[in-house]
Design a protein around this ligand. Structure first.
Ligand code: URA
Length: 206
């Protein structure tokens, strides 16, 4: 049955919007779960680690199978999204949707006006320029930047190109999601409003 009427062969239906009954029972659609975690240092952003190191899966307290979207270095901290929504995960990692990622980097040297200017111009990492949005000096040695790409170690490499070194790195924002007051090791489910803004940012809903 589709929306109270006998369904016909070849008819299409949307499990998000249509009422679908098979043998009188509603068809269950997979319940999507979205969690944000403040990853502490030392924890790896994988589901299983061949070296037996603690993974993000080990430190979240839910029975459902969720997987981390993208990666964050072992010695970095901050926002990691975990979900079982493959569509959201794929889009977040697809360059077309240009998900912004904001990082706070503590450097081994002071944040100078020259450094901010070079960041604003974009920085070549390997053979591609990383566009840096809105670099802001946070304090003497600490700077906040937003980028739209997820190449491995890209933030660390970018600062090496500028003649300095990242001593500590935290991701504070991912698309419309904010780390907020979550402490390292803490996680929470996204609110329905956060899920909607995430899906809108990824053009999965209007
Ligand atoms: N860039 C890095 O260097 N490390 C991360 O974990 C993420 C981005």
């Amino acid at each position: 049955m589709l929306n109270g009427k006998q369904a016909t062969i070849g008819q299409s239906a949307d499990p998000e919007k249509d009422a679908i009954l098979v043998d009188g029972k509603p068809v269950k659609r997979e319940q999507h779960i979205y969690l944000i975690l403040n990853k502490p240092k030392i924890v790896v952003t994988t589901l299983a680690d061949e070296l037996g190191r603690t993974t993000v899966r080990d430190i979240i307290d839910i029975p459902e199978r969720v997987f981390p979207v993208g990666r964050l270095d072992r010695n970095a901290t901050g926002l990691v999204l975990l979900t079982n929504d493959g569509e959201v995960a794929n889009r977040m990692m697809h360059p077309r949707y240009e998900t912004a990622k904001t990082y706070v980097a503590m450097l081994s040297s002071p944040v100078t006006p020259q450094l901010l200017e070079r960041l604003r111009k974009g920085v070549m990492v390997e053979d591609r320029k990383v566009a840096v949005e809105n670099p802001v000096k946070v304090n003497l040695n600490t700077v906040q930047i937003s980028i739209h790409e997820g190449r491995k170690h890209v933030v660390k490499k970018l600062f090496v190109q500028l003649g300095t070194h990242v001593d500590a790195l935290t991701r504070t924002e991912l698309g419309p999601l904010r780390l907020g007051t979550l402490k390292p090791g803490e996680s929470r489910k996204l609110t329905p409003a956060e899920v909607s803004s995430l899906r809108r940012a990824l053009q999965l809903e209007k």
